[in-house]
Write a protein that binds this ligand. Structure first.
Ligand code: NAD
Ligand code: DAU
Length: 355
C-alpha cells in the first residue's frame, strides 16, 4: 500500500512510520506540521529509506489533495492532532483548530481525491482515523469497560475535540460513502514519547532530581499499551479492518497513576541509582488534581483480537523496562526537547474551576 500518515513526526505516528517502512509498505508519506510535539529525530532510522518521504504540511491548510494525487495514495492514516489533556485545559483553541477543523479539511481532501479514483482503487481506499478511549469519558473505579458500543461522554477539551472528529469521520462515511475505519486506543507509552506525558515526564524529572507530581491521590487508573503494539494494531486495522467499523485497542493493563510512578522509581533505583543512595520514591509529590480528571479507563479489546488476530506482545513490566532503558540511552533525543521546548513544569492547572 501507498500510505499517507498525518502526524508522523509525533510519538505514535513515528512508530507507525517506522513499522510500515520496515514491514513492506510500498510508500510511506509522512505529512506533519512539526508543532512543539513533532520531531524529525524520531524518524532518523528511516529518513533515508527509499519507501519513505516527509512533507512539512499543516492539515488545516487544505492542500493535501495535491500530495494524495502526486503520491497515488491508497490509504490515509490520520494521527495529526493536539494530544495533551493538560494543554487542552490551558488553551483549548488549538485543539478545536487541528482536531476538529483540521480533520474536517482532511476529510474533504480525501473525499475529493477518492471520488476521482478509478473504481478498483476507489473500492480499496481507506481513511483511518486514529482516536482515543478518552471519548468514552469517566468509568467508575469498581467496574465497567469501554466497548465499541459505549456511548461517547468526553470530559476534557481534548477528548471533546477527538469525539467531534470521530463523529465527522463517521458522517463522511454515512453521508458521502467515504470508506472509513476508526480505532480508539488507551494510553500508549514507549520510546520517543514527548516528556509532558506521565511516564516520560516522571523518568526525566527523576533523573533531574525534580519532584514527581502525582495529581490528586494517585488513584486514577489508566490502561497502558506499548506503542509498538499499537503501531502493529493500526497496520492491521487500516489493511484488514471492516469499512465503517471502529476497533478498540488496549493492553488490559490497568494501573493506578501512583503504581506507575512507583514502578518507574523502582526500576530507576536499580538501573540508575541516586547518588545519595535513597529511592527515587522520595521525590513523589501529591498536587492538586487535574480539573475534570476521569477516574478510570479500561478497554475491552476483544473485537480486534477476534476479527484481526491482534494481541499485544509486551507486558507492562517488559514495556516499561524497554522504555526506561531507551530514555537512559537516548539523551540526544530528549535533552534538546527539555532544553528548548518543555522543561517539565506543571501544566493544566491555570484554568481550574475552584469550587
Ligand atoms: P503527539 O502529540 O506525539 O504527535 C502529534 C503530531 O501531530 C506531531 O508530530 C505534530 O507536529 C502533528 N500535528 C499537530 N497538529 C498538526 C497539524 N495541524 N497538521 C499536521 N500535523 C500536525 O501525538 P501522539 O501521542 O503520537 O498521538 C497521535 C494520535 O493518536 C492522536 O490523534 C491522538 O489523539 C491519538 N491517540 C494517542 C494516544 C496516546 O496515548 N498518546 C492514545 C490513543 C490515541
Ligand atoms: O487514554 C488515551 C490518552 O492518553 C490519549 O488520547 C492522550 O493523547 C494521551 O495524552 C493520554 O492522556 P492522559 O491524560 O491519560 O495522559 P497523561 O500522561 O497526561 O496522564 C496520565 C495520567 O497521569 C492521568 O490520570 C493524569 C496523571 N498525571 C499526569 C501528569 C502529566 C499525573 O498524575 N501527573 C503528571 O505529572
Amino acid at each position: 500500500m501507498r500510505i499517507m500518515v498525518t502526524g508522523g513526526a509525533g510519538f505514535i505516528g513515528s512508530a507507525v512510520c517506522r513499522h510500515l517502512v520496515a514491514n513492506g509498505a510500498e510508500r510511506v508519506v509522512n505529512v506533519d506540521k512539526l508543532t512543539y510535539a513533532g520531531n524529525l529525530g524520531s524518524l532518523r532510522d528511516i529518513a533515508d529509506s527509499p519507501n519513505y518521504v516527509f512533507h512539512h504540511v499543516d492539515i488545516c491548510d487544505g492542500g493535501l489533495i495535491n500530495f494524495m494525487q502526486a503520491e497515488r495514495i491508497d490509504a490515509v492514516m490520520h494521527l495529526a492532532a493536539e494530544t495533551h489533556v493538560d494543554r487542552s485545559i490551558d488553551g483549548p483553541e488549538a485543539f478545536v483548530e487541528t482536531n476538529v477543523v483540521g480533520t474536517f479539511r482532511l476529510l474533504n481532501a480525501a473525499l475529493e481525491y477518492w471520488r476521482g479514483l478509478p473504481p478498483g482503487r476507489r473500492r480499496s481506499f481507506r481513511f483511518h482515523h486514529i482516536s482515543t478511549d478518552e471519548v468514552f469519558g469517566d468509568l467508575p473505579f469498581e467496574s465497567g469497560v469501554f466497548t465499541e458500543d459505549t456511548p461517547y461522554a468526553p470530559s476534557s477539551p481534548y477528548s471533546a475535540s477527538k469525539a467531534a472528529s470521530d463523529h465527522f469521520v463517521r458522517a463522511w462515511h454515512e453521508t458521502y460513502g467515504l470508506p472509513v475505519v476508526l480505532s480508539n486506543c488507551s494510553n500508549n507509552y514507549g520510546p520517543y514519547h514527548f516528556p509532558e506525558k506521565l511516564i516520560p515526564l516522571t523518568i526525566l524529572n527523576a533523573l533531574a532530581e525534580k519532584p514527581l507530581l502525582v495529581y490528586g491521590n494517585g488513584a486514577n487508573i489508566r490502561d497502558w499499551l506499548y506503542v509498538e503494539d499499537h503501531a502493529r494494531a493500526l497496520a492491521l486495522v487500516v489493511s484488514k479492518g471492516r469499512v465503517g467499523e471502529s476497533y478498540n485497542i488496549g493492553g488490559r493493563v490497568e494501573r493506578t497513576n501512583l503504581a506507575v510512578v512507583e514502578a518507574i522509581c523502582a526500576q530507576l533505583d536499580v538501573r540508575r541509582p541516586r547518588a545519595k543512595g535513597t529511592s527515587f520514591r522520595e521525590l513523589i509529590t501529591f498536587v492538586t488534581d487535574r480539573p475534570g480528571h476521569d477516574r478510570r479507563y479500561a478497554i475491552d479489546a476483544s473485537k480486534i483480537e477476534r476479527e484481526l488476530g491482534w494481541t499485544p506482545r509486551e507486558t507492562f513490566e517488559t514495556g516499561l523496562a524497554k522504555t526506561i532503558d531507551w530514555y537512559l540511552e537516548n539523551d540526544w533525543w530528549w535533552k534538546p526537547v527539555r532544553e528548548q521546548r518543555y522543561a517539565g513544569e506543571r501544566l493544566g492547572n491555570s484554568k481550574a474551576i475552584v469550587a
